[in-house]
Write a protein that binds this ligand. Sequence first.
Ligand code: ZN
Length: 500
Amino acid sequence: MHRIWMVDLAREQSPTLDHLYQYAATAQNAGYTALGLYLEHRFATKSTPWSHGKGAVTAAQIQSLQSEFPSLQIIPFINLLGHFEGFFNVEEGRHFREEPFTGLQACPSCHEFVTLCQNLIDETIEVFKSEIIHIGGDETAQLGKCYRCANRMKGKAEDEKAWLYNDHFAPLIDRVIKAGRRPAMWGDMFLEHPAALENLPKQTLIFDWHYVNGVKETAPKFVGHEVIACPTTAVYNAAWMHVERTEHNIRQCALDAQELDLAGFCLTTWEQILLNPFDSIFPAVEWAARISINPASTESLPEAFGEAEQWARTLGIELACMGGVWTPSGHRHKLKCRLLLAGNPFLAWLHHRDEILDGRARQLLLIIEKSIKQAPNEQCKNVSFGLRGMVEALTMMEAAHTHYSDREPDAAISKLAPMRFLFDTLAKLAKENHERIGGSLADIERCHIAKQHIEVVINRIRKYGNAELGYLPAFEIITNHRFTPHDQACWWLVNKWAND
Ligand SMILES: [Zn+2]
């Protein structure tokens, strides 16, 4: 049975060789048979010299990893249709996209893109020795959106999207098979378009991912194919990680894999970004390996954290009791995204200020302060410090707004001024995470950008906070990137389409 831990390197991770060794050692010691590296554009392939962002994994690193850990399969996860955004948001790759300025999918009717897919497979096979070559295929939500694809698939089959998907992937799968390797793909698009399964070579291994509950309902639908059950650590929608949801999902997938006699188990770990470093979840990764071997084990996930157990309970269970943005949802963590992704932390104030009213900020800070005392190491402490900074930022923005609306611009500025220092601190945490485990370089820049925007807003309040324009712009307007003096009605907001 395959027991795989898949690490998402595509979300800006910049591992050194030492960090990669750390991942491989963790996987091997925990009992995994393979370490999956989810790469997308983060593999420095010869055919795309233009896509090698700083910190991309190199062929030399992979070769070293393979010779240092000969008993561990190092499986490449490349992605050859959906999740191509790391390539097509670069100047040389922009013509690969299915639609301009939106989505994650490349265009399967673009010949240069298809040639690139072939090259990526060839180079991956040249470098990685693993039996399994995973070529992605998930979340291709834009099938048939461009006119070339729409024309090509028209009338080809009852399910035209299934035809287009198959037409793209069939030759790529053949290429992997001809090279003597085993192709693997994600299962979601086959569940959505079962007709795409009909002509799929039976050697294709299906990675059936479900991040709530298990795979009992879906795995049997891949008739004739071997299936790998894929749970995840519930991180993307969490302040740190939703422990109970993670525990249930992993246990259920392990149990289903055993009962349905599946080909394996693959723990997927995604998106350790936005001040949430990978090494803070290593104990969960190790625990998942033990559960995949023995799903009936009574060892709980919090227990697996050892000296960090209380910390894990506080951030992974207790914090969710605060409701709102702290509970599991289908979204990326909205507070983190709004503070850090859009370059305007005031969006977090606009959408989440209610969540810190009526003493809730104090309650949140008490929980987070407790976790700081419980944190046994730098990775845990940094998660807690980051969260404390995020709640403090909300509090500062709310206080600044109160003064601003009372026409006390100097007092409003005095509340915003310390936010600059706060984002410096967050940048320092991001830098530590980068140095310690190869965490996101973009996180550091996100904090710098947020700080710069706070400077801009302070200057605006200084200039216009006494209604010097003849009116006092609403706080969400004066704090927005697109604020324009004298545009009192905000035509940039009325004509939203012009922002695309
Ligand atoms: Zn297209």
